[in-house]
Design a protein around this ligand. Structure first.
Ligand SMILES: [Zn+2]
Length: 1004
């Protein structure tokens, strides 16, 4: 037989595109349209419909970028329309482009009574109508395509002030349509079969069988009478569609989903509307397909619905109750996990799960972070301590160097906690259940032969949209279809139960899941990052002093203010805000929100401190750090004196800062050439090198500008060794340097009796596509560097033996990094920097130099063309640090500077801990507002420890809880230790390495 495969494939493709697809709409008639354009920001339905609407027609342009136009659509259903084999629908095209839904014009359709019908999006632009006259409103959003076809080029579209005022969309059609259900069914048959056929080996009989069936379909469907002959076409395909899946076919649990970035190439106000469009699409689809299941993360997005769309929220609540709308993840947002501090990452779950439990009586069991940029090694413990038992992501498939070996495995964190983890092998969270996506899941699944089930999230995402009826039709046809994986629409819970059952002994991945991409997200948008760091520490202070004052009966606890501040901070840890990958609008708003958080918390802290200090005129120095600082005890206050700086002394060949504890020597250009610990005589700065050296690199990544630092940045460097001026002014050495249009002022200070050299870098930054680093070449032989993460630290190699080490060329750290050799080490701490690189090189004498560099600033041009421009103040501390505990000390002190108020006298700490290895991360009152005290502690050294916790006020009962402050006795399979103490009993706790313990105390 002659092979005519290519000819038949071409014939089928063209026949489907040109004959079948257009015949889905059997008849159409234009509807009447009037319109009202909103002058600026969106308005509620009631306000919009009260405006004067004017006649509007297809072909007319509407709304500038980020504008809104309300369309009113009216009409009658013509005589004789409708019937058993058709659906009557309104179909609208707002001027959609070929780009995916969520990145362009979108709409929300209302009935005249203000209830929501569904969203209006490209590829999902029909709503059922009739019987009776048609009267609908469309709230159309002219969201610009910020990336467009020239993704990564600077664009003015990300800021309303620069986006332009000309309309960017033209209304194309608003029609009443008779949709032919048989032709539609035939089109879906063809789509699934062609998609499957293209994935099958050319040598397989099954592929040829499908092709021949499609050819017969082309023969029996008359191109001039498609509606009349479509049923015969479906009959021609029925045989190949009925052939069941191979017994060994891969099993896919398909979970409806819509990844909705809480802000990214749009501001949060648009995300709120995106959620309404997507969720109403989902609710409409649930009415049509009873087995449809939709998984939705982010309590914040539900909370937005509750506040802005209460009618929709009630319908969601009903669908949550019947199990089809499934809250997943349990976090407030799908946050970044590298950058949020320990307490903040814990609060993502406290606030997220708290909302789900309160509103739905439902607790998600899995952590759902398909898109965040790498995963901290602290997450398994935090997730387990929040009551989760499973974790899902697919982002690590974006690695540019190494492929993760597993799809279903145990993930083990720094403390040894394990969480059952799945990476959907289809490598997407936006599947359309195409043949290609399903085949990829089967082809790539790493546990073949041991287990045979994976999860596929389906639905348009990033900008929302969600699942469509086409996807549900695809799922129905692939339930059991020869050559295809077996698709079952189900819940994440169903998938995880099957995966555990079929794969009882999965492999383990230990430590962080580093994303070998997007390494610039530790540094981009420095003001957003600084806002996060400051806010986290202000919240710590506000809670600590308020709880202390409340337990001493001196003040009320400001629950509402703290809740509001937390929710803002948690929202802004979303994986495109804190990482710095959003448009200008988002980052401008983030900075304003952080300023508002600071303004709200400042009086809370001040009032609590004044209440605690009592009346008087003495300076009272408060220390919120878990370590002593400036003469004040951890978590307490001392009555003066206020700490002082040691004045610099000018020397012959440069300058010297010497306080008897350490001695810093600067050359004539203000470079730090020596830093010696007096007691040991040990030099920290590598011989012949300069520390605290500013370096500027070319920073032109191959793609993803705000996200990526590429390794080739290291090929070009300019070191700022020349000084414009060096002055010993008062208590500091001030060095001025410049680079092109940018100016830097480095200020060096040494506090009395301290071993910490404080380095303030003031940058007036006007570069583009440059990376600014602060370099510390250290005389330390370290094969690993310790970097602070949430509730502990990770140890990463400084060498590049393996491809995994090579790929880890830029890393995230929180307040400090530590490099050491036995008996000696150095800490480099920061007050708002996250990006670091820590490498080694060789000194002429054969020793190794450990080079620690902080990434202070970047200046990417996409998606915010003006990212990081202007003034920045960044603080760093350098000190000798024999162990990580000294590094931890400095990190806390630098981020929690003491505050002085006038008052009566010292303030004893409410909580004291006997072991220096056990650190207090939070002191607060319980979330249930019972007045119980909650103290969160962790073991910080990475070893076992015992600590006695003492509370200055009478305690009636004390017990350990999970992060949600629940008694572990009632929790199934919890990772949290269960301990309890009666009144008067000493609270002694044994910690495993890096263990987090939440202690709850009731007043005696
Ligand atoms: Zn995302």
């Amino acid at each position: 037989m002659h092979d005519t495969t290519p000819q038949i494939e071409m014939r089928v493709e063209r026949f489907v595109r040109e004959r079948i697809a257009p015949a889905v709409e059997r008849r159409r008639v234009a509807l009447d349209v009037t319109a009202w354009e909103v002058p600026d920001e969106p308005v509620p339905f009631a306000e919009a419909v009260a405006q004067g609407f004017t006649p509007f027609e297809p072909g007319m342009p509407w709304s500038k970028p980020w504008g809104t136009t309300w369309f009113r659509v009216t009409g009658e259903i013509p005589e004789g329309w409708g019937g058993a084999d058709v659906a009557l629908e309104m179909v609208a095209d707002l001027g959609f482009s070929a780009r995916q839904p969520g990145f362009q014009a979108e709409g929300l359709i209302y009935r005249p009574d203000g209830t929501i019908v569904k969203g209006l999006e490209p590829l999902n632009n029909a709503v059922p109508v009739g019987p009776g006259p048609i009267d609908l409103y469309i709230e159309a959003a002219s969201n610009p395509d910020v990336g467009g076809h020239y993704f990564y080029l600077p664009t003015p579209l990300g800021d309303k002030a620069t986006a332009g005022v000309e309309p960017i969309y033209t209304l194309r059609r608003v029609d009443l349509v008779e949709r032919d259900l048989t032709v539609y069914g035939l089109l879906r048959d063809c789509w699934t079969l062609v998609g499957l056929m293209e994935e099958l080996e050319a040598s397989l009989p099954r592929r040829a069988e499908i092709l021949r069936a499609l050819e017969r379909m082309c023969d029996v469907v008359d191109p001039d009478r498609v509606a009349e002959t479509a049923a015969a076409g479906r009959d021609a395909l029925a045989g190949v569609l009925a052939s069941p899946a191979y017994p060994s076919a891969h099993r896919v649990i398909a979970v409806g989903h819509a990844h909705i970035d809480s802000a990214w190439l749009w501001p949060t106000r648009e995300t709120i509307r995106k959620c309404a469009r997507t969720f109403s699409n989902v609710l409409a689809l649930m009415d049509e397909y009873p087995d449809f299941v939709f998984a939705c993360s982010s309590a914040q997005q539900y909370a937005w619905m509750k506040d802005h769309y209460p009618e929709l929220f009630e319908r969601i609540r009903r669908r949550v109750a019947d199990g089809s709308f499934v809250p997943v993840g349990g976090m407030w947002v799908e946050s970044d996990t590298n950058l949020p501090g320990g307490e903040a990452l814990a609060r993502q779950f406290v606030y997220g799960k708290g909302f789900f439990l309160r509103e739905f009586g439902y607790e998600p069991d899995e952590v759902w972070l398909p898109d965040s940029f790498g995963y901290t090694a602290a997450l398994p413990q935090i997730a387990r301590a929040a009551g989760a038992h499973a974790f899902l992501t697919q982002k690590i498939s974006w690695n540019e160097t190494n492929r993760m070996p597993h799809h279903t495995f145990w993930w083990e964190g720094i403390d040894g906690s394990r969480i059952f983890t799945h990476f959907p092998p289809t490598d997407t969270y936006n599947s359309d259940l195409s043949g290609a996506d399903l085949a990829r899941a089967q082809r790539q699944y790493a546990e073949k032969g041991v287990s045979n089930v994976s999860l596929t999230p389906f639905g348009f995402g990033d900008g929302g949209g969600g699942p469509t009826r086409e996807m549900m039709e695809a799922a129905a046809r692939t339930r059991s279809l020869e050559g295809s994986p077996r698709v079952e629409v189900g819940t994440p819970e169903r998938f995880f139960a099957l995966a555990r059952e079929t794969h009882p002994a999965p492999a383990t991945w230990s430590g962080e899941m580093y994303l070998e991409l997007h390494r610039g997200t530790y540094t981009s948008q420095a003001r957003t990052k600084q806002g996060n760091r400051r806010s986290e520490h202000l919240l710590r202070e506000a809670e600590l002093w308020s709880a202390t004052a409340a337990w001493r009966g001196l003040a009320d606890y400001p629950y509402e203010t703290l809740d509001d501040a937390w929710r803002t901070v948690l929202l802004q840890q979303f994986h495109d805000i804190l990482p710095g990958s959003s448009i200008a609008w988002v980052h401008q708003e983030a900075e304003r929100n952080y300023a508002a958080v600071a303004a709200a918390l400042a009086p809370v802290i001040d009032e609590a401190q004044r209440a605690l200090a009592g009346p008087g005129s003495a300076p009272v120095v408060f220390n919120a750090a878990p370590v002593a600082s400036a003469g004040a005890p951890a978590l307490g206050a001392t009555a003066g004196p206020v700490p002082v700086w040691t004045a610099p002394v000018a020397a012959d060949a440069g300058w010297v800062l010497d306080n008897g504890v350490v001695r810093a020597v600067f050359d004539t250009t203000g470079l730090l050439v020596s830093f010696v610990e007096t007691s040991s005589g040990r030099e920290l700065v590598a011989a012949g090198e300069a520390a605290a050296l500013l370096q500027v690199f070319r920073d032109t990544p191959n793609q993803w500008d705000a996200w990526d630092i590429d390794e080739h940045y290291r090929h070009t460097v300019t070191e700022l060794r020349e000084a414009d001026a060096v002055d010993a002014t008062g208590d500091a050495l001030v060095v001025r340097r410049s680079f092109r249009r940018s100016a830097f002022v480095q200020t060096f200070r040494l506090a009395e009796a301290s071993s910490e050299l404080e380095i303030e870098t003031r940058a007036d930054w006007h570069e583009q596509e440059k990376l600014l680093k602060l370099a510390f070449p250290l005389a330390v032989h370290a094969d690993r560097a310790s970097s602070e993460v949430q509730f502990g630290h990770v140890r990463r190699p400084t060498h590049t033996n393996t491809s995994w080490d090579v790929a880890r060329f830029e890393t995230a750290a929180h307040r400090w990094v530590h490099v050491g050799e036995p008996g000696f080490g150095v800490a480099v701490a920061n007050d708002s920097t996250y990006g670091h690189d820590i490498t080694r090189r060789w000194a002429p004498d054969g020793s190794t130099v450990t080079l620690v560099r902080e990434s202070l600033l970047r200046a990417p041009r996409f998606p915010d063309p003006h990212a990081d421009q202007g003034e920045h103040v960044l603080r760093t501390a350098l000190r000798p640090a024999p162990t990580v505990l000294e590094a931890l000390d400095t990190g806390y002190r630098l981020n929690l500077p003491v505050r002085t108020v006038t008052g009566g006298g010292p303030v004893a700490p409410l909580v004291t801990v006997s072991s220096p290895a056990v650190v207090v991360e939070a002191v607060k009152l319980a979330e249930d507002r019972s007045g119980d005290l909650v103290v969160r502690l962790y073991e910080a050294r990475g070893g076992r420890a015992r600590a006695r916790v003492e509370v200055s006020e009478p305690v009636g009962r004390a017990w350990t809880t999970d992060l949600l402050e629940r008694d572990p006795a009632g929790l199934p399979d919890t990772a949290v230790q269960a301990s309890a103490w009666a009144a008067g009993e000493p609270i002694e706790i044994a910690f495993r390495p890096f263990e987090i313990v939440t202690l709850r105390l009731r007043r005696g």
